[in-house]
Ligand binder design. Structure first.
Ligand SMILES: [Zn+2]
Length: 126
């Protein structure tokens, strides 16, 4: 079954939200600027992939880091930063997991990604 492509509008929203910068930053050859939207969770097999094409499921990435991630580079670091997510039993559960898992940006700031294409900073209580 073909996986639904990420709508161009969604890619534009994600790139704008992330300031046009690569959020992965895992390759020494990182371009700095993002040109694509990277899935936080591997889509795996099966349908209903559209649930994984929400802005909350995507981060801005450059083509180099996008490829490095697909090769398994810095997998543990990406999971720790919330940039990558382990898939749940269904796409819908994985999408919910994305909403409650904040992403640590290269700046060191941490944000919850929302489905409307915005993000909300996680503030320390103290
Ligand atoms: Zn990069």
């Amino acid at each position: 079954m073909a996986k639904p492509a990420i709508p161009k509008k969604t890619v534009a929203l994600v790139l704008e939200r992330d300031g046009g910068l690569c959020i992965l930053r895992i390759s020494p050859d990182c371009l700095g600027y993002a040109s694509c939207a990277d899935h936080r969770a591997n889509r795996g097999s099966g349908g209903a992939g559209q649930a994984l094409n929400q802005p909350s499921m995507l981060v801005a990435a450059c083509g180099i880091c996008n490829g490095a991630k697909a090769d398994g580079v810095a997998r543990d670091e990406l999971l720790r930063r919330g940039v990558s997510l382990l898939p749940d039993s269904t796409h819908r559960k994985t999408a919910l997991r994305a909403l409650v898992t904040p992403v640590e940006y290269p700046s060191g700031r941490t944000f919850y990604l929302l489905d409307d294409g915005t993000r909300e900073e996680v503030k320390n209580e103290d």
